[in-house]
Design a protein around this ligand. Structure first.
Ligand SMILES: [Zn+2]
Length: 127
């Protein structure tokens, strides 16, 4: 792949990474605020707060997973392996990479892993 294209992808991945970290930080701050509010004896909406904190922490987990995938994609970019499937070495469909710049697997392997129990890589299939 031409160096300029690799640079563009790297920039895009790093931009996405920063955006996720920023969102996660904000979610963490919100969870802290909710926990602080719970300790307030005047605060009586415990159940609702619990639900919101749960939603936010789930969001954090999804984003953490995305960061892991972005880091893996960046490592593959540095190794010159970006764009080929981590499982079968076939070239990943450029349309899939455009929609999912940190895709490590081709659509076929992503679908297979999604069905396999204990899948490590979770990517939306069929892109
Ligand atoms: Zn594959």
């Amino acid at each position: 792949m031409p160096e300029t294209r690799a640079d563009t992808i790297r920039e895009e991945l790093q931009k996405r990474r920063r955006a996720i970290l920023e969102t996660t930080r904000r979610a963490d701050a919100e969870i802290d605020a909710l926990r602080a509010a719970e300790r307030d004896p005047e605060f009586e909406e415990g159940a609702q707060t619990e639900h919101e904190a749960f939603t936010l922490s789930r969001l954090g987990e999804t984003q953490r997973r995305e960061i892991v995938q972005i880091d893996a994609a960046l490592a593959r970019l540095d190794a010159g392996e970006y764009g080929s499937c981590a499982d079968c070495d076939q070239e990943i469909d450029p349309r899939r990479l455009k929609a999912l710049p940190y895709a490590l697997l081709c659509a076929e392997c992503a679908t297979r892993r999604e069905r396999a129990p204990g899948a490590v890589v979770n990517e939306p299939p069929s892109i």
